[in-house]
Design a protein around this ligand. Structure first.
Ligand code: UD1
Length: 333
């Protein structure tokens, strides 16, 4: 297939592009490089022997996106492009609504114009909102109590896709709800490299491990969880990437579908730190601080729908993720 991947040089996008090229698909990437580097394309070529076609463009520029659709006939779109910092989205809501919503609408307008009828969207467990703690299943209500504009854009885009599917009986959209992606390709050539001080746990652990930041602050150790720290469903990004390819089959049936992509089991923040220390053989400086506003005590995926309908499940472990993270750090030090 010829597949358009928006945000294809980003953390998750680059892993998906690598799997797509390995499966002999043709890939065209549109990426604004706002949160990634063009050198990722060389790493992808290194790993696959192939270089995807690349456009350094932003989805909010309708005319340029339309031109790309004119130049290619796509079978499918995988849509990752979007801003993803929870804290930045609280400070700059309009930027997030413009970039994530207007960008997606432009993309969907082009798909409509050029009769591209299949899309996989990079959604998030955040759509379950703050009312749904613990195990989350696709049949639960979404959109209630989402605490930040980033999360709301994920929910709103799911709703937009639902409406597009209703309006066009041939259109097929799959929203993959990611839990907490961690790790990287085992080569260490691809990975997450956020600019500045990271918000998320793994990128922060990496900066402490590399000596760039002094110590990790663990937000809260008085939660009602086994060790008092929050629990999340940390999923290896390579497993997550394979979930996208597994979704191709269900795209053959029109309509809107959602799938959780998680391991189905929670791991605590402290267990993550302990596992990193065990695998690296070195202590990771950390301290306990106040809870972070908006954090849920625990959330993990019920991933039985993906197992049943996509024949997909996570195979890699937290240990694998930590090992691969260390390989990445070695390659990038
Ligand atoms: C957040 C977003 C989620 C988004 C994901 C990836 C919400 C509620 N969550 O998930 O939508 O998809 O990021 O971008 O919108 N932690 C520390 N110290 C740190 C960093 C994190 O203790 O320096 C803890 C947090 O308190 C949390 C856990 O680690 O308990 C995971 O945090 P994080 O990586 O930021 O992901 P989430 O908040 O689960």
């Amino acid at each position: 297939m010829k597949i358009l991947v928006t945000g294809g040089t980003g953390y998750i996008g680059s892993h998906v592009v690598t799997e797509l090229l390995n499966q002999s698909h043709e890939v065209v990437i549109i990426d604004s490089l706002v949160n990634s580097k063009v050198s990722v394309l060389d790493s992808i070529e290194n790993l696959t022997g192939k270089k995807p076609i690349f456009y350094h463009e932003n989805l909010i520029n309708f005319g340029t996106i339309e031109k790309i659709f004119k130049d290619h006939t796509f079978d499918l779109v995988i849509h990752f492009a979007g801003l993803k910092s929870v804290s930045e989205s609280v400070e700059k809501p309009l930027l997030y609504y413009q970039q994530n919503l207007a960008g997606t609408i432009n993309l969907l307008r082009c798909m409509q114009e050029f009769k591209v009828k299949k899309i996989i969207f990079s959604s998030s467990a955040t759509v379950y909102g703050s009312g749904n703690e613990g195990e989350c299943i696709e049949t639960m209500p979404t959109g209630q109590g989402i605490t930040n504009p980033y999360g709301k854009t994920k929910y709103m885009i799911e709703e937009i896709l639902k409406d597009v599917c209703t309006s066009d009986p041939e259109f097929s959209a799959v929203a993959l709800r990611y839990f907490n992606p961690v790790g990287n390709h085992s080569s260490g050539l691809l990975g997450e490299e956020p600019n500045g001080i990271p918000n998320n746990l793994m990128p922060y652990i990496m900066k402490v491990a590399s000596g760039e930041l002094e110590e990790l602050s663990i937000y809260g150790n008085d939660y009602n969880t086994p060790d008092g720290t929050c629990r999340r469903d940390f999923i290896h990004v390579v497993d997550l990437a394979n979930g996208h390819l597994a979704a191709f089959e269900v795209l053959k049936t029109p309509g809107f579908k959602t799938y959780n992509l998680g391991t189905g089991a929670p791991t605590s923040v402290l267990e993550m730190v302990n596992t990193f220390e065990k695998i690296s053989g070195k202590p990771l400086p950390h301290k306990f601080v106040e809870r972070r506003p908006g954090d849920l005590a625990e959330i993990w995926a019920n991933s039985s729908k993906a197992a049943r309908e996509l024949n997909w499940h996570a195979n890699l472990t937290i240990e694998d993720a930590m090992k691969d993270t260390l390989t990445f750090l070695k390659k990038h030090s």
